[in-house]
Design a protein around this ligand. Sequence first.
Ligand code: FPP
Length: 255
Amino acid sequence: MIKRVRSWLNQENSQQTHQLSPDNIPEHVAIIMDGNGRWAKRRGMPRIVGHQNGMKAVKRTAIAANDLGIKVLTMYAFSTENWTRPKDEVDFLMKLPQEFLAIELEELIEKNVQVRMMGHPEDLPSHTLSAMEEAVAKTAGNNGLILNFALNYGSRKEITESVKTLGQEVRDGILRPEDITEELISQRLLTGELPDPDLLIRTSGELRLSNFMLWQLAYSELWFTDVYWPEFTKDHLVEAIANYQQRTRRYGGLS
Ligand code: FPP
């Protein structure tokens, strides 16, 4: 894999790409894709045009992540709070996964990508859920990039549900309270066996987590950019990773 990444890096002309060390590519990158609405508004267009262009950035970024040898890319596509937006916008956002997959699934399969979904499926419209489930099933045998869509995802709800599950297991006598460890809590979250994100990217200049992966981001490196999500390109991903590679991760210890 390192050899493949090295050869891809060599083909790239951007100065920044050359600066990347193929031995220190983050295993899991999580992205809060923000700024679709502002991007559209700035151009005098309706917000949904921003989301439509945001979908193109999803494709660019997934392909770039795959080429770079990132193992997991988690993308915050719809939060448990986004239902409060106007119905037209919610309906549009709920159609995007099936549109995206209708256009891109073939190429994702070819590139060995595994599509996953992380969120609460019960509230999703059936057309959204069935498109996602089909993509997950069709790519389940692949072993390349895990492209993990956070869809109807909210971290506090996720943590609450995992606490309920553990409580039930204690009540059923499967677990004792003293058996509950950080690892066990991690396993009961929607990320399951996935590694915690090494790097979190948020676009559009907002500096907050917005109920995204609150447990899993405990020791992640954070990178914020003013760029609106529809403008995000491979170069921005490379810039974020170059910045990540300059950090010393201490996990509360000393370097
Ligand atoms: C935040 O920008 C973005 C969203 C709530 C939706 C993100 C969705 C996509 C990028 C497309 C998803 C595509 C697939 C394939 C699932 P915002 O609308 O809050 O922007 P604003 O802060 O400028 O208003």
